[in-house]
Design a protein around this ligand. Sequence first.
Ligand code: NI
Length: 397
Amino acid sequence: MSLLERIKTLSATNSRDTIDVRRHLHANPELSYQEVNTVAYVAEVLKASGITSLMPMATTGLVAEIQGRNPSRRTIALRADMDALPITEANDVPYKSKNIGVMHACGHDVHTSSLLGTARILNQIRDSFDGTVRLIFQPGEEKNPGGASYMIRDGALQNPVPSSILGQHVFPLLPVGKIGFREGMYMASADEIYLKVIGKGGHGAAPDLCIDPIVITSHIIVAMQQIISRNANPRQPTVLTFGNIIGHGATNIIPNEVNVAGTFRAMNEEWRESALIKIKKLAEGIAEAMGGRCEVDISRGYPYLENNPTLTRRIKSHAEAYVGKENVVDIDISLGAEDFSYYSQVVPASFYRLGTSNASKGITSYVHTPTFDIDEDALAIGPGLMAWMAVQELSAS
Ligand code: NI
């Protein structure tokens, strides 16, 4: 039997267990940086699969290694995230969340169970490949500063530095059976922008005695969009959205201050840096010119995610061999953010998408919604596919 057939057979025979693991995780979700029971369960499943070299890190993170025949030849890293979201599940399924108000609504239960499935397969075929596979189970993908940054800080990409890292994410925009890839620019950096515009409140009928922060804020918000339309490279997508404005005045009351919150997204780190400076200067300058003051607070989020083009091209061809050319698709860029981007700043990285929807079964909800779910048939594909791509990358010359 060829290695590809062997992996496919193992992925299929193990899939019932992988689904059970996914259901356990789904029923017992934990929020970002609180994945205490989750990581203990992951360690338990790894040990049951015969994988014992475990290195806890980043408090609720875990790294494990599987050594092939010639362990020092090359190391490849595979990553899954483990945290859930503060959403109350609306699905009526046997594996519904038992932790009210917390839900695996972004598929991290799928990523974790799939990587555990991959680990089991790789351990079963470790006499058939050269090199080492490093499994990275990280906390806190959903919350700044991102669990990936802590994993890197704690050495997840050291001793030795892996030649590349792969990550997988569920994708409701693709039906089960399909796998999506994107070379190069893929996901955006995301920074949170907080503005406190300070004026001087008073009677709405006496603006001459006030400094109106509502009018100042209005100018700032409109002017900010010129940064996007007049300063950004039109060939690189970028977004600035303010989704929250609070000014506690009334029809006849000018408030003392207005608070604004928004998100800035970019697909280029240099542009990101210069835009953040422009945002701050413009807000401060307009407020000052109009007699008020603006305090700008920027909470930096994840960097831009670049899928290494040559790595992505290679793993895409591995995927074509595994699931068939007709099931591999090119996907569009996204202005969403993902902390896998931190790894992409350190080593060649590629983040691909596992199709998980199935309209005929009514599974169509998007991620981060209370009705999100996947077609679990994806768990017969995901683990074997990642194992196959990993061994192909390890054996590449
Ligand atoms: Ni996610």
